[in-house]
Design a protein around this ligand. Structure first.
Ligand code: KG4
Ligand code: ZN
Length: 405
């Protein structure tokens, strides 16, 4: 089955075409074409994603990305489609013009279904992808499968975690996750622990009570005058600090080590609470106080704050995840979402599983696929399409708060 995946939930516009076959145990796929534009630099001036700017950029980017993905996949067809899509893209005038032009010069490619993110995310941004999918489905007469963005992160990580060669022209060998499977989903909008007793079934066991961990990275970076998105900036500063300044080659710190080594000590919110919930707003407030007390902020202080902040996040995430592994006898741990690109969090999870002596398999995607992309939507869409979960185009709605469970 060939699936065209479309992702526009936040500030990445992405289109991907895959060919996939089989079920979980014998599943294989290859990426035929994959194209992505990150808008992060454009949103930098707002210190976060500005929804209407994201919407406009998605409108501008989708047709060029589709063209590239189809060209790369060898599926681009000459010809034209006479379908009128203007009514479907009434609210996306720029996209309407670009897609109408595209359809005049391109025939229907051999794709079997279109998978599109319908939530969670920014609704104005989600709508662009959905309406684009509807217009293509109308022009090409192919079905649409709506995909939950978070399920995309889970399935991508579960199948490709630990693999290097994702964009092979050959069919890729996938992981075979075992159940119970636990997903630690850490992104700009989410911090969740989700338990799956079987594939594609989800039970939310814990989540943040305030800010998502990625949001905390972004806000803390902003407090220190670092550009958006803050996660990679803090990752870079903390890595530098850990290596050069403190020579901390080993994993997590103890409270005593912190007091001895660091000039900045931050709380580990909810680390001992008897549940799987998280809280990152207090951590951000604690950083604000440190920043205010240390004006003007030196580069050295920024490094110390980045290091201690990253330590605090990693320790809380690891502690709760290990507790859930123990309680639920987790066989596979999957980590997904933009924050799973963080080197220290990745290493801390690997180390903790070793230290606790768990036999749990850990699947984390390659760093470039930790953040949003359309491969994850195409993969999740494939499995939903296998279950014939196609939707009437008119029934598909953007749902900013769409839940996995
Ligand atoms: O999954 P994602 O691309 O978009 C959402 O669905 O939110 O995640 C984006 C988040 C941002 O908050 C960004 O700062 C964070 O992931 N992030 C990182 C790193 N790379 C991206 N956080 C920590 N360390 C990183 N290396
Ligand atoms: Zn995401």
């Amino acid at each position: 089955m060939r699936i065209l995946g479309i992702e526009t939930s936040c500030d990445e516009t992405a289109v991907c075409v895959i060919e996939a076959e089989g079920e979980l145990g014998d599943f294989q796929y290859k990426v035929l074409g994959n194209a992505l534009i990150s808008q992060a630099k454009l949103h930098e001036q707002y210190g976060g994603v500005f929804p209407n700017l994201a919407k406009r950029e998605h409108e501008k980017n989708l047709v060029p990305l589709l063209t590239k993905a189809l060209m790369d996949s060898g599926l681009a067809k000459d010809g034209n489609s006479l379908a009128d899509i203007t009514h479907i893209l009434e609210r996306e005038k720029e996209l309407q013009v670009l897609l109408s032009e595209f359809l005049k010069t391109h025939g229907k490619p051999e794709v079997d279904a279109i998978a599109v993110t319908h939530g969670p995310g920014l609704e104005p941004a989600l709508w662009v992808g959905i309406n684009f999918a509807k217009a293509l489905a109308h022009a090409w007469q192919v079905p649409i499968v709506p995909v939950n963005h978070m399920e995309g992160h889970v399935i991508l990580s579960a199948l490709t975690g630990g693999k290097d060669e994702i964009f092979n022209s050959q069919f890729a060998i996938c992981n075979k996750p075992k159940f119970p499977m636990l997903s630690l989903l850490i992104s700009g909008g989410h911090t969740e622990l989700v338990l799956s007793k079987e594939f594609m079934r989800y039970e939310l066991i814990g989540q943040t009570r305030d800010d998502a961990v990625g949001e905390a990275f972004d806000k803390v970076a902003r407090l220190m005058g670092l550009p958006y998105p803050g996660g990679p900036e803090i990752d870079r500063l903390a890595t530098e600090a850990r290596g050069e300044r403190f020579n901390l080659s080993h994993g997590l710190t103890t409270a005593q080590e912190r007091l001895n080594l660091f000039h900045v000590v931050l709380p580990r919110p909810m680390i001992d609470s008897d549940n799987y919930d998280f809280s990152f707003a207090g951590l951000k407030t604690a950083v604000r106080k440190v920043v205010e007390a240390n004006q003007p902020l030196t580069d050295e202080k920024k490094m110390e704050i980045a290091l201690e902040f990253e330590n605090a996040c990693a320790e809380v995430l690891v502690a709760k995840t290990m507790r859930a592994i123990e309680e639920f006898g987790v066989e596979t741990l999957v980590v997904g979402g933009g924050v799973s690109a963080n080197m220290f969090i990745r290493e801390s999870l690997v180390q903790a599983i070793k230290d606790y002596g768990y036999s749990t398999k850990l699947f984390i995607p390659p760093r470039e696929l930790a953040t949003d992309n359309a491969l994850m939507i195409a993969l999740a869409g494939y499995f939903r399409a296998c279950k014939k979960e196609f939707a009437e185009p008119d029934s598909i709605r953007a749902n900013g708060n769409l839940k996995l469970a």
